[in-house]
Design a protein around this ligand. Structure first.
Ligand code: 9Z3
Length: 327
């Protein structure tokens, strides 16, 4: 049956918006290098398995994208995201047996570094006599754990870290990642925790040089970023298990908005979180469920990502089993 005209129009509009976005985006400098690293990573984790079917692979997106205002960028629109959610979730995904592609905002939180201070190099290390450097007593355990766990994950080929800054880089990289992820079918998961810009200045409309001060009003037109979640689900990796996030500051509209996103983008689950309580509690919204997930407050170092990743990992396993039965 033909789709009603309205929905056909919307689809065409989205397709043309997506095309316009990618056509005008400045090409990634290290595109070939990223493709090579990704192919190697996915190949490695598809062979090395105990059960002969390869590891589950998750792409965790983390931190906020910037929307530049000038081509030779001096200023940009940014958002609050610290990358804590993505970095912490990466640790729990690794614990759950996943291989992780960590697509993160340059300079944001990193896996295994949560116990380190903001300026680890200056605060964790101290100069001893003769200008030798050693780890200070207070951070000794945290530094050793971070270094050992991080190197173990990277060196064993279970963690691939890919940095982005702008919305142009992020969406091009997400598209590149989806290609080999599509090939591994339901074993692939997308965990889209990055706070993605809603508005941007298209590259072709952007001034080249630094915007000059002097006028009272800065008149910049931002246009809506095409909704790539739909494209990811429909075209880029239609069989992958897809989790997106919904953030609101008003708890009264949070679940309704999450349910709306679930249906609109055909996600397998939407994790709803409120800005002020996001580290304590989230709600996992699926087509037939609404599960509140909380941090275990009796343990000082527990994270909400601990039960969250356990739940999503179980759901992903069930999804893989269902997919086998349907074949
Ligand atoms: C989230 O909701 C993340 O949980 C946070 C994590 C960004 C709140 P932090 O990085 O914070 O630990 O400081 N991410 C997605 C936010 C978002 O942009 N969602 C879009 C929306 O709400 C859908 S893709 O419309």
């Amino acid at each position: 049956m033909d789709a009603p005209n309205g929905s056909q129009d919307t689809e065409q509009t989205l397709d043309s918006q997506v095309k316009a976005f990618f056509d005008s985006a400045p090409p990634l400098q290290n595109r070939n290098d990223i493709i090579q690293k990704l192919n190697h990573f996915i190949q490695l984790n598809s062979l090395s398995s105990e059960n002969g079917i390869g590891k589950r692979i998750v792409c965790v997106t983390s931190g906020g994208t910037t929307a530049p205002l000038e081509q030779r960028c001096v200023r940009y629109v940014d958002n609050f995201s610290s990358g804590h959610r993505g970095a912490t979730s990466t640790e729990y995904f690794l614990k759950a047996g996943y291989a992780v592609i960590f697509l993160y905002r340059r300079g944001s939180f990193q896996p295994f570094c949560r116990s380190l201070p903001d300026d680890p190099l200056l605060d964790c290390f101290e100069a001893t006599e003769g200008l030798n450097i050693q780890v200070g007593e207070a951070y000794s355990k945290a530094v050793k754990t971070a270094i050992v766990d991080h190197h173990a994950a990277v060196n064993s080929g279970l963690l691939l870290k890919l940095p982005f800054s702008t919305i142009f880089e992020y969406l091009q990289m997400l598209q590149i990642i989806s290609k080999p992820m599509k090939d591994i079918g339901p074993r692939a998961m997308f965990f889209l925790a990055a706070a993605v810009s809603d508005f941007y200045v298209p590259w072709k409309d952007m001034v080249e040089h630094k915007i000059q001060s002097g006028s009272h009003i800065l008149d910049v037109k931002l246009v809506q970023v095409p909704k790539m979640l739909s494209v990811l689900r429909k075209d880029w990796a239609p069989v992958a298990f897809c989790i997106s996030f919904k953030l609101e500051t008003d708890s009264n509209i949070l679940i309704k908005k999450a349910r709306g996103a679930l249906e609109k983008y055909n996600m397998h689950a939407v994790v709803a979180n409120e800005l002020s309580t996001r580290k304590e509690q989230v709600v996992v919204v699926t087509i037939d469920d609404k599960i509140t997930v909380q941090r275990d407050k009796s343990k000082a170092d527990d994270d909400v990502e601990n039960p969250l990743i356990k739940l999503l990992s179980q759901r992903h396993s069930a999804y893989i089993e269902d997919s086998k039965r349907m074949r």
